[in-house]
Write a protein that binds this ligand. Structure first.
Ligand SMILES: Cc1ncc(COP(=O)(O)O)c(C=O)c1O
Length: 471
């Protein structure tokens, strides 16, 4: 079976299982571009439309049930619609409270205190998306340093704003392309891209541009870049170089914050950035994001700051939305109170899945590696990436390896394996995804059995030869 036939068969099977979702998608596409917002949700050939989500599961329009490892863009550490949050929000709404009022409320103060109690930052300010928060963090850094250039890593995704739309996932002799039309003409030269976990490249960029670089923004655990942890040495060097050159160090912890323990990942590295961007988990399922950091930097958005230095990190009709703040407070408090029970459990299952997938594929002769292992830095890692490799290698350590089509079979990871897992009743993403506290050991085991069935089937087709993925 050649690749085209193989993909067609997967799509045919998927389509026959999901006629209602397909119909909804066609109708949604009449008024919305590709049927809705957020392209990742609208995966080809068409997405399933969720009717109900609870804990580890999603039920779709066709009545199919899936064990879900996408879990709200990896935000749902506790699974879908957790009781602790739902009960609190229900009660709040019953009292006739919860919607936007346009007044400051105590809930913001409480969430601010809770998050800061787990970090070394002085101050925090909320907004509604990781995109906005990372943009504001960069603006604060640019205003503070009065410098022009923004340094990021290839494979880093910080949301869709002009300071971050370069070097994400389009591989062309590296990850260094501007990836959107409509950017200001200066955006391409303003944004510098360095290689994740590459100490020498980082030193080189700082030697060349150091005094022009306003900030270095980096995910200590790179999400879209392949679920890879930064090495301790690399982040340490980043801290040293940014201090030497007077550059602001920004950690984007939208994915990693409260994912590996009840706090930011930076605590596990014992490295303090100047600014941290939060999102996803801190809202407990509601749209909350934040920038936290030093008083010096955050105070630039104080209206009393002189106009020339002032950053308009303000506004946002729904910033600090009461229901969202209450959701975040309830969630973060729950994660803190149950830290010792939640994180080791989901971390252990994460390790089981990573090892299991590698061993299963390897036993059928496939060259497959998993990512997401936090080793000694974050042993409780519940995130799992799966990389189908075209070249032999012991370990996948860089986003370039994840997105270079000569190295990784991107189509197999993002399309074929996803559809094959869906046929078995599991919704996965970027190879696998996120384990939540609501998954059960039986579900974890069943997911590995599904991987086993797929690997066996694929080996019978001899597609590892056709697809050139044999190690
Ligand atoms: C590391 C990181 N930063 C920023 C963002 C953007 O967040 P949002 O989608 O809330 O705008 C994301 C989203 O996935 C992310 O993974």
């Amino acid at each position: 079976m050649n690749r085209k036939e193989f993909l067609e068969e997967l799509i045919k099977e998927y389509s026959s299982k999901n006629p209602k979702s397909e119909k909804i998608f066609r109708s949604a596409s009449q008024k919305q571009i590709r049927g809705g917002s957020h392209n990742l949700r609208l995966f080809p050939p068409f997405p399933i439309y969720a009717k109900k989500c609870k804990g580890s599961k999603v039920w779709d329009a066709d009545g199919n049930a899936y064990i879900d490892f996408w879990q709200g863009h990896f935000a749902n550490v506790l699974g879908h619609n957790p009781k602790a949050v739902m009960d609190k929000l229900r009660h709040f709404l019953k009292k006739g409270q919860g919607l936007e009022t346009g007044f400051p409320e105590q809930y913001q103060r409480k969430l601010a205190e809770l998050i800061l109690s787990r970090t070394k930052a002085d101050k925090i300010r909320f907004t509604t998306s990781g995109t906005l928060s990372s943009m504001y963090a960069i603006m604060l850094a640019k205003a503070y340093t009065q410098r022009e250039k923004v340094l990021k890593v290839g494979g880093g995704w910080h949301g869709a704003h002009p300071y971050a739309l370069k070097g994400i996932s389009t591989y062309k002799d590296g990850l260094n392309q501007s990836e959107s039309a409509g950017l200001p003409p200066s955006a391409d030269s303003m944004v510098l891209v360095t290689r994740f976990n590459d100490l020498q490249d980082l030193e080189k960029v700082f030697r060349q541009y150091g005094k022009q670089i306003a900030c270095f923004i980096i995910e200590p655990f790179i999400g879209a870049g392949g679920f890879i942890f930064a090495s301790q040495d690399y982040l340490q060097k980043a801290r040293e170089l940014t201090e030497t050159y007077g550059t602001v160090l920004i950690f984007d912890e939208v994915v990693s914050g409260f994912r590996f323990h009840a706090g930011p990942l930076q605590n596990l590295y014992s490295i303090k950035p100047d600014l941290t961007v939060y999102g996803k988990a801190i809202g407990g399922g509601m749209p909350v994001s934040a920038v936290a950091g030093s008083e010096d930097l955050l105070s630039l958005c104080n209206p009393e700051t002189p106009m020339e230095q002032r950053v308009k990190f303000e506004g946002g009709t729904f910033s600090g939305h009461p229901l969202s703040m209450l959701s975040g407070i309830t969630y973060i408090q729950h994660l803190i109170d149950h830290e010792a029970e939640i994180y080791p459990k989901i971390g252990k299952w994460g390790a089981e899945v990573r090892i299991g997938i590698r061993e299963i594929f390897s036993s059928y002769g496939f060259n497959v590696k998993t990512t997401g292992d936090g080793y000694s830095i974050a042993p409780d890692s519940s995130l799992i990436g799966v990389q189908f490799l075209k070249k032999p290698m012991d370990e996948v350590t860089s986003p370039e390896q994840v997105w270079d089509p000569e190295v990784s079979d991107v189509e197999l990871r993002e399309a074929a394996f996803k559809l094959a897992m869906m046929a078995e009743g599991f919704n996965t993403f970027h190879g696998f995804g996120a384990i939540s506290a609501s998954h059960s050991p039986d579900e974890i085991q069943a997911s590995l059995e599904a991987v086993g069935k797929i690997a066996q089937k694929w080996s019978q087709y001899h597609i590892q030869d056709d697809l050139k993925i044999k190690g």
